[in-house]
Ligand binder design. Sequence first.
Ligand code: SF4
Length: 429
Amino acid sequence: MQEDFLYYVWKLQYFDKKSLTTCQGETLSIAYPGTRNENAGPDFLNGCITINNVTWHGHIEMHVNASDWYTHQHHTDKAYENVILHVVWDHTRDIQQQDGTIMPTLVLKERIAPRLHQQYQRLVNNPTAIPCAKHLPQVVDLPKASMLDKALFQRLTHKNNLVYRLLEDNKGNWETTAYQLLAYTFGFKVNSSASLDLALNLPLKILTQHTDNLLQLEALLMGQAGLLHTDNKGGDTYLTTLKKEYHYLTHKYQLKVGSVQAHQWKFFRLRPANFPTIRIAQFAQLLHRYPSIFDLLVNSPMTALLAKLAVTQSAYWQRHYRFSKESKARIPGLGKSSIRHVLINTAVPLLIAYGKAKDKQDYIEQATAILQHLPAEHNAITRYWDKAGIKAKSAFDSQALIELFNNFCKHKLCLSCHIGVSIMKKRIG
Ligand code: SF4
C-alpha cells in the first residue's frame, strides 16, 4: 500500500460514502475533498466537511497508518494545525491534537472496493521497467501528451533551480551565472561538482583579462583545478610553461591556491575524450573564442550556436589526455552528443530563467525550439520506452521520458501520472 493510492481514492472519492463516520463515532459527510498539495504541508488543502452537523473548512492529511502522523512529526509542525480530518488506511492509533482533543479520523480500508485495489496492485507491481507498458497501446494520446509536458516542465524546473541559486549568489549577475553554469555542465556529470567548485574559485573577471591568450586561460583553469601540482620528471615543456604562467598569475591576482584539489577530479572509467583535463581545455577554448558566455548561449541563433560550440581544444590537448601522457590517436574536439549535453543543461535552463526573469516569452520559445530541434538521446531509459512503443522524436521527448521514468515509473507513482489514471479509469469504467 502506498499513500499514492490513498490520494487517488480520496481525490476521485472512489470509496463507499454510505453512512460515513469517524473512528470516534461522529457522522461525517464530505462536501469538497480539497485540492491536492504536491508541496510541503498537508496532502489536500482547503477541503470542506461536516462532522456531527458542524461544517469545517481546512486541510486533510492522509496516511497508510494513523501512527505515521507521529512518525512524520506532524504533531510538532504548525503547518498541520489546520488539519480537519485525518484519512488513513489503517487506524493504528488515535491522534491527539494540540488542544487535547482526538483528531477526527476516517478509515478507508473497508470502504474501498477490493477490485480497485487489485487493479492498482496489478498496475504498479508489474515487474517490467515500465510497469504500465502492456496497457500503453490502449491509452489515448491526450494523457500521454499532457504527462510528457508535465514531466518536461518538472525536469526544466529542476534544472532551473541551479540557475536561480547561482544567480542569487551572484547578486543577479547573468554573465557570471552563465560562466559557472557552463563550468558545471562541462563536468559532464561525473566531474560536475568539481567543475563548479573550480568556477566558484576562479572569478570570471580575472579570466576576462586573459581571453585573448589561450595559454593563460589554460594556466588559470588547470592551476586553480589543482591539476598543475604534478611532477614533471619527463620535462614536459608545455607543463613547465603553464606552471610558470600560473605562478605569475597567482601572485598577480592573489589567487587562493588549493581550494580545488587534484583528487576531486575523476578519471576512472572515463573515456580519454571525457577526461577533465580535456574538458577544461575545451572550456578554456570556449572562453577564448567567446568572452561573453551569456551572449553566446542566449543571443546566438540555433544553427550558429551549434557551430560555435563545436570547439577543438589547444594542440597539446589534441595529443595528450593528461599531462605528459601522449595519446596515439588525435583527441577530437567537442562532439555532437557533448554539444547536445551543453545545450540541454546550460543554454536551455539559462534561456528559460532569463525569459522568466525578463518576462520575455521569446527566450522560453527559443529554449523549447532547441529541445525540439536536437535529436533524442539514446540510452537505457529511452530504450525501455522504445520497447513499450513510445519513441522519442527529439530531445524534447527524450528529456520528458527520462524524467517520467526516473521520477514516476521507478517509484511506481502511477496514480500521480495522467497515463496511470487513464488506465485505472478504463479498467474501472
Ligand atoms: S508512472 Fe505513468 S508511465 Fe510510468 S509506469 Fe506508471 S502509469 Fe506508466
